[in-house]
Design a binder for this molecule. Structure first.
Ligand SMILES: C[S@@+](CC[C@H](N)C(=O)[O-])C[C@H]1O[C@@H](n2cnc3c(N)ncnc32)[C@H](O)[C@@H]1O
Length: 249
């Protein structure tokens, strides 16, 4: 494990305690099974129609897994390097008797067998923690069965540039679209190193892994609005999230 990954893991172990402290609140939220955004549900509907086995990379609190099962997934295996997060997610799924299993492991290099997934789901703040997206995409291709799909719903790579000013959107003076990384100053904080990739870089990583890109879409709405925060950058003029669907032939 590189020193940056080790530092990020410490930051995520600390931040994921929130999921333990807020167990009851998250359990209530999970019961509704509604954590997927409308744009995700629309793109996932045809992919979930065949009741696929799903692997969720960087599964975090795991609320999306319960929603994926509610929308048709046969089962979900979540992988995350935070043991605090995987334990909290497992406890929640077990209490709700949902077929989700969680594995603690560093990505890329998921400790799962080849071709175990019909759908690999990821996003909502996942890719920014990976220094090598080409290695990540190869891991996704390895996990997918032929005809399986990759689904990504993620922060737009422009997002690190936007200020959270309320009056009008501005570009942060300390950030650049083509920078390699920066230190996270929101969540999980604690000095975590966030990696940057351009949208072209992400798409090309998926293509280089041999997956066929079927759909890419950019959205004005961010996937996450921190409670009590409003930024003019989220008012509809700028890209804040994107989705990508790819298929293994
Ligand atoms: C924003 S969070 C979770 C995203 C998840 N989709 C969700 O909505 O809860 C990002 C997750 O990535 C995990 N993570 C970061 N870097 C990782 C790595 N190299 N290997 C495995 N997990 C990692 C963190 O522990 C954290 O749970």
């Amino acid at each position: 494990m590189s020193s940056d990954t080790r530092r990020n893991r410490v930051a995520w172990e600390l931040a994921s305690r929130k999921y333990v402290d807020e167990h009851q609140k998250l359990l209530d939220e999970a019961r509704t099974g509604t954590s997927l955004h409308a744009c995700e549900r629309e793109l996932l509907r045809p992919l979930l129609a065949s009741s696929p086995t799903v692997v969720h990379l960087q599964s975090g609190h795991g609320l999306d897994d319960i929603a994926l099962v509610a929308e048709g997934a046969r089962s979900v295996v979540g992988v995350d390097f935070s043991e605090v997060a995987t334990s909290a997610a497992q406890r929640r799924a077990d209490e709700l008797a949902i077929p989700c299993r969680y594995v603690t492991g560093e990505l890329p290099g998921a400790p799962l067998r080849d071709e175990c997934a019909e759908l690999v789901y990821t996003g909502k703040g996942a890719l920014i923690w990976l220094a090598d997206l080409r290695a990540w995409a190869r891991d996704v291709a390895r996990l997918l069965r032929p005809s399986g799909h990759l689904f990504v719903y993620e922060a737009h790579p422009m997002v690190p540039l936007w200020t959270w000013d309320e009056d009008k959107p501005r570009i942060r003076a300390d950030r650049g679209y083509f920078e390699r990384c920066h230190v996270n100053d929101t969540f999980p904080a604690h000095g975590a190193v966030e990696w940057q990739a351009t949208l072209g870089g992400i798409v090309n990583a998926v293509v280089a892994a041999g997956l066929e890109v079927r759909h890419v879409e950019e959205y004005a709405e961010p996937f996450w609005r921190p409670e009590g925060t409003f930024a003019a950058a989220w008012s509809g003029r700028l890209p804040n999230s994107f989705s990508l669907v790819a298929r293994k032939s």
